[in-house]
Structure formats: C-alpha cells, structure tokens
Design a protein around this ligand. Structure first.
Ligand SMILES: [Zn+2]
Ligand SMILES: [Zn+2]
Length: 331
C-alpha cells in the first residue's frame, strides 16, 4: 500500500498492508487531517519514525467482531498496555507503555490502511460527512477543557491563540454561554468565529496586555484562560490575564523552554492544568447535532500521493486545517 513515512525526511513509500494484532481492526483510511503535531514530528518531536497521521476517518474492513465490519469509524489515538495501574484506572492515555497512532511506536493514518484496537473505535453517525468527522480527534482535545473546568454562563474566558486548537476551543466554549474572548494575530482567522458570539481581539506583536483595556476590564481578570498559542508570549499573556484564584488550561506543547517566575502563579493562587486528548463520544455528538461545524477551518484537500506537498502546505502562514484524501467512502 502507499503511505507517507517519516524517517528523517518525509517521503511516499510502498509498504505491506499492516496485520491487525489480537483485538485489533483493519481500517481502510478515507480522510486524514494534518495537525501541528505531524509538523513537529518532522522537526524531531518524540523521535518518531514511521507512517505519520493520527486524525482520520475510515471504514473497518476486518475485525474480530463481525458487527464492526463495514462501519465508518474514527479512532482514539492512545493505546495503553491494558495491564498497568494507570490503564486499570482508565488512564490509558497516560500509560508508560502506550503507543500513539502516528506519533509514538505505532504507524499512523497517512496510508491506505491502519490498525487500531476495537476498543479505540467510535462509529460515525451517517449524518456526519467525512470532512466533519475527521475533526473528532482535535475537537475531543478541545472538549477536554470542559472535562477539566466547569465552565458556565457566569465565566469570563480568554483563549490565547487563533490557530486550529484555539479556534476549536472557541467553538466548544461558546456552547457554554460564557463571556468568551479570543486573542490572536490573524484577522482572517479571528473572523471565522467573530460572527458566533466570540469577542475577538487582534494582538499587536509589541503591545503588552498590561497597558490595554481591550478586554473591558482592567486588570483583565479572566476566570479561565486557555493557552493555545504554544508561544512564550502567549504563556505570559495567560499569566497576566487570569484573575487571582483563576485557572489557566495549558493546551499547547512548547518547542522552547519558558523562562518565568512561578511566584506569578503562587501569589495570586492560580491553578494551571495541562490538557491533552479528550473524549470522542461527546465530540461526535456535537458534530452530529450540528452544534459545531468545523468546516470553515479547512484550508485545502490533497490526495494521498501529494501528502508531502500537503505537509509543506500545512506549514505556510495563515493555513488552518489541511486534509489528505486517501480513498473515497465505499457506501
Ligand atoms: Zn492532532
Ligand atoms: Zn498501561
């Protein structure tokens, strides 16, 4: 089968179709979303070598339980060992022996076929088209914020960063009825949510939050700040914008180390929560009900044969979600 492999460089290769292990399904991949993590891997993240890609929709073609065969599915990306104390507590995503689809120890989705345990699969409702369902994994990551913080209509929330993660977080958090602000550097990205009741603010590269009353109050004193920029300046903005005894949810990984004084968190008694993968079932439910439509985030679709070009395109400034079409839905 054709696949996009990374082994120090990115290239299309011919490899044997993967063999499902015990409990696993063989899935024919239909559509794949590229993510910042894929880009980071090509820069050395996790030292991963193998087939890239972890956001996918596909169709089960072989499975130990025949009821799954023919189903259109999305899949959770962490595969725990199933035996360790963390797996037994239901924390497979934190298993020390885990593999992660297309990220760590397991070939990913930028190929004609992939394998995953049946336990990781979720059936996609017929009403959800592939180009919507392919957002399930990143949308679940945004939903993890609500699993961690009980945001309600009385919350004032600031999202820092207008990339894919920041925008998906905005689409999720607006459903809570909170007072929602999004701070970003790209007017065209901010515009995607400005009509949805999100108050958008364009960050000036030089401007400091301290001397700005743009959030309506000074100090800004947000109950919750979601840091989705992955940049040191975004982190400093989050620390400056959160209220005493408020919460910062850190959604991004950082390429660089941060230099900051933890006193900034200690004295105002700020809670910082790291946040990664989230729940698939509610993400699919929101997509099926049409409460979230991620399609405005799609920048371009490439065929699998052009996956290297797709990965290069995904790194262009201003580009949001790039999709790779692998095969057309058979049903
Ligand atoms: Zn991702
Ligand atoms: Zn485990």
């Amino acid at each position: 089968m054709n696949a996009l492999r990374f082994d120090g460089q990115v290239c299309m290769v011919q490899v044997p179709r993967p063999q499902p292990a015990v409990g696993e399904a063989l899935i024919r991949v239909q559509l794949v979303g590229l993510c910042q993590t894929d880009v980071e891997i090509t820069r050395g993240y996790k030292n991963f070598q193998g087939i890239l890609g972890h956001e996918f929709v596909g169709q089960v073609v072989a499975a130990p339980d025949a009821a799954w065969i023919g189903q259109r599915v999305v899949g959770e990306i962490n595969i725990g060992c199933g035996r360790c104390p963390r797996c037994q507590r239901g924390q497979a995503k934190h298993c020390q022996h885990r593999t992660v689809l297309g990220i760590y120890g397991r070939d990913g989705a930028l190929a004609e076929y992939l394998t995953l345990p049946l336990a990781n699969l979720h059936q996609v409702p017929a009403s959800v088209p592939d180009e919507v369902a392919v957002f399930t994994e990143p949308l679940a990551a945004a939903l993890e914020i609500l699993a961690q913080v009980p945001v309600g209509p009385d919350y004032r929330v600031l999202i820092v960063g207008d990339g894919k993660l920041g925008l998906l977080s905005a689409l999720v958090l607006r459903l809570t009825g909170c007072e929602l602000h999004l701070l970003g550097r790209h007017p065209e990205k901010l515009a995607l949510v400005a009509d949805l009741g999100v108050m958008t603010h364009q960050a000036d590269r030089q401007a400091e939050l301290d001397n700005s009353a743009q959030f309506g109050t000074y100090p800004p004193d947000f109950d919750l700040v979601v840091e989705a920029s992955g940049s040191p300046s975004g982190w400093h903005t989050a620390v400056a914008a959160v209220r005493p005894q408020g919460t910062i949810v850190a959604k991004s990984t950082y390429q660089q180390a941060l230099e900051f004084n933890p006193t900034m968190l200690v004295v105002p008694e700020v809670t910082v929560i790291g946040s990664r993968c989230g729940p698939f079932a509610p993400a699919l439910r929101l997509l099926a009900k049409g409460l979230i439509d991620p399609r405005p985030l799609i920048s371009k679709v490439f065929p699998l044969a052009q996956a290297p070009a797709a990965l290069a395109y995904a790194q262009q400034p201003g580009v949001l979600k790039v999709l790779v079409e692998v095969s057309v839905h058979a049903n």
